[in-house]
Design a protein around this ligand. Structure first.
Ligand SMILES: Cc1ncc(COP(=O)(O)O)c(C=O)c1O
Length: 586
């Protein structure tokens, strides 16, 4: 067998052995937990481990205020509550991050406003933030994503004159440096997560907020403990805090347990060593991937020190392959790899469903279809990394030799190829594929959601692209569904569904005559026109358009005509099904 044959195509795998696990608790972690367990003082209220951990973690940052919490999410929530973020306030969050950077804004009934990210660091873009600031902006969440510091100077320059708090979400960035300073110490406060696979853990779950502001810390302590202030023990130690049972404000139980804090203390002692190993591993990968035409290793901004919670690379579009195929092929080689946040936050149902996330974040959307994660945790050795490099080069090399390679000269040929492929497709225009009924019907017919936020080429001629003022023939599309080799392309709906400016018959009659002139106007006519033109050019027999209520199926038999129309919520289910059946894969 050709040893170069990709494992996904039946060739030999680069690696058969399992990848080293993380975390890797030591005897010392186990002893620390056992000791607390045996003491019977298991909580922040009864034992001393939480206070000891807080003191040590604050001191590691040169601070004296640290408020330990049950998780990174509750750390952010506690901080936002203590900052007084509430209904009517806006909080600017990056569109590309883990969802918990933003959900606490909703928990406070405030409005999340999504900003785009920097295409190289993947952290929140100050330029985009500047466009989003209003008189209601109360805070900006600066996420140090993957371990790379966000551009804090630029963010603080925007925020401070207006009294806006810069909250550092350092959940992924323990020990990262920005201009020589540890992240978490630069904004109003810094939030950390100690979840299981983080740079350090507090026994699986945990989080904290550090701040230089004792009053803010005091309020956070109250909020994490049912709004109840505790009587502090003497500074020399002594008995743990006493309860007052006086609840000054609304709070939560967001306390960390003593068992968690005890492992946190042990882990903190190893943090420098962990960081060094991660940085060494990342440097090895970067050195061996720099020359790859397909893979862009993580960028490091000047004056920044990365802590490499994850080693996140970009698959260059020139690779000429979808991120899913790439990740699938590398996984098949025995290497753990995954896509990085494939759904930008503005498109997550929790935000979309509440009407948030309307601002365009094109960089975040593009990155969602290009980024993949490699693991560089401290237990990974150089030998493991050699396998990673070998697998990436093998897969990238194979793909680069594939006829799909995209370069300046053969772009035209490639477009032809894509048009060919599209000739098998049914094009659907739908604002929300996650509409339950639609999803159900499509799934019942054997379509599956292939990918979201991908770039799909829609076959528009230059002439039509300029008629509709589209910048190029390549247009970003939302969803791709596939079944048995055929695809349904969901053309991104750009407008709220409104009534057609002309009735449908007149509309179809005009475009069948080749008169596309009045489809210039923004709105459903234009959307339908793009859909039908695309389908026509791709030689599709059918095109479907779905709004939040109706499914319209158009068929082309020489000319376009409306083949079926159903109201998804009024028509009997059999009729809805029958309409969907027209879309059944070949
Ligand atoms: C950027 C970011 N913020 C917040 C959190 C929330 O932390 P936790 O999982 O500890 O609640 C995470 C966790 O992965 C994260 O990556």
């Amino acid at each position: 067998m050709d040893s170069e044959e990709l494992a996904i195509n039946g060739g030999p795998k680069v690696r058969e052995r399992p990848y080293p696990p993380w975390p890797a608790p030591g005897v010392d972690d186990v002893e620390a937990v056992t000791e607390v367990l045996s003491s019977g003082k298991l909580t922040q209220l009864t034992g001393g481990a939480v206070a000891a951990f807080e003191e040590a973690f604050a001191a590691w940052h040169g601070f004296d205020q640290c408020v330990a919490t049950s998780s990174g999410t509750t750390a952010i929530h506690t901080l936002l509550a203590a900052l007084g973020v509430g209904p009517g306030d806006e909080v600017i969050v990056p569109a590309h991050t883990f969802i918990a950077s933003a959900t606490p804004v909703l928990h406070q009934r405030a409005t999340p406003v999504f900003a785009d990210v920097n295409p190289r660091t993947f952290c929140i873009s100050p330029e985009s933030v500047a466009e989003r600031i209003t008189g209601r902006t109360k805070a900006i969440i600066a996420v140090h994503l993957n371990g790379h510091p966000a551009d804090l100077d630029a963010l603080l320059a925007l925020a401070e004159p207006q009294g806006i708090a810069v909250v550092e979400d350092a959940a992924q960035a323990h020990g990262a440096l920005y201009n020589g300073r540890k992240v978490g110490t630069i904004g109003r406060a810094g939030c950390f997560s100690f979840w299981e696979d983080k740079i350090m853990t507090t026994g699986g779950e945990g989080g904290c907020v550090i701040t230089g502001d004792p009053d803010l810390a005091e309020r956070m302590r109250r909020i994490r403990h049912h709004g109840e202030a505790l009587v502090q023990p003497a500074p020399t130690g002594g008995r743990p805090d006493e309860r007052t049972y006086y609840h000054a404000e609304l709070g939560y139980n967001y306390r960390m347990s003593s068992l968690h804090a005890a492992t946190g203390l042990v882990q903190l002692g190893k943090l420098e060593e962990y960081l060094e190993a991660r940085r060494r591993n990342a440097a090895f990968l970067t050195e061996h991937l720099t020359d790859s035409p397909a893979i862009e290793p993580p960028y490091l901004a000047p004056d920044s020190v990365h802590s490499f919670y994850k080693y996140v690379c970009r698959l260059r579009p020139e690779a000429g392959i979808s991120i899913d195929s790439f990740v699938g092929a590398v996984t098949a080689e025995g290497i753990p790899v995954s896509r990085r946040y494939p759904t930008p936050l503005p498109q997550q149902p929790v935000f979309r469903g509440s009407g948030f996330g309307k601002q365009p974040c094109p960089v975040a959307e593009r990155l969602a279809g290009e980024l993949f994660t490699l693991l560089v945790h401290p237990t990974v050795t150089e030998e493991d990394l050699r396998d990673v490099v070998a697998a990436l080069w093998k897969v990238a090399g194979r793909l680069e030799r594939s006829p799909h390679t995209r370069s300046g000269e053969d772009a035209a040929r490639e477009i032809e190829g894509i048009l060919d492929k599209l000739s098998l497709t049914t094009l659907i225009n739908k604002e929300d594929v996650q509409n339950r009924l639609v999803e159900f019907c499509l799934a019942a017919l054997g379509w599956r959601l292939d990918s979201t936020n991908t770039h799909v080429w829609v076959p528009l001629s230059e002439q039509m692209a300029s008629l509709w003022a589209f910048p190029s023939r390549q247009t970003k599309r939302d969803y791709v569904l596939s079944a048995r080799g055929a695809q349904v392309v969901h053309i991104e709906a750009q407008h709220e569904w409104r009534r057609f400016a002309v009735d449908l018959d007149t509309f179809l009659e005009r475009i069948n005559r080749g008169d596309w002139e009045d489809t210039r106007r923004e709105g459903p006519n234009k959307e339908l026109a793009v859909l039908l033109w695309g389908a026509q050019e791709a030689n599709c027999k059918r095109a479907a358009l779905i709004d939040e209520k109706r499914l319209l199926i158009f068929e082309r038999d020489g000319e376009w005509g409306l083949a079926r129309e159903v109201d998804l919520f009024v028509d009997p289910i059999e009729r809805v099904y029958a309409a969907f059946m027209l879309l059944a894969p070949p």
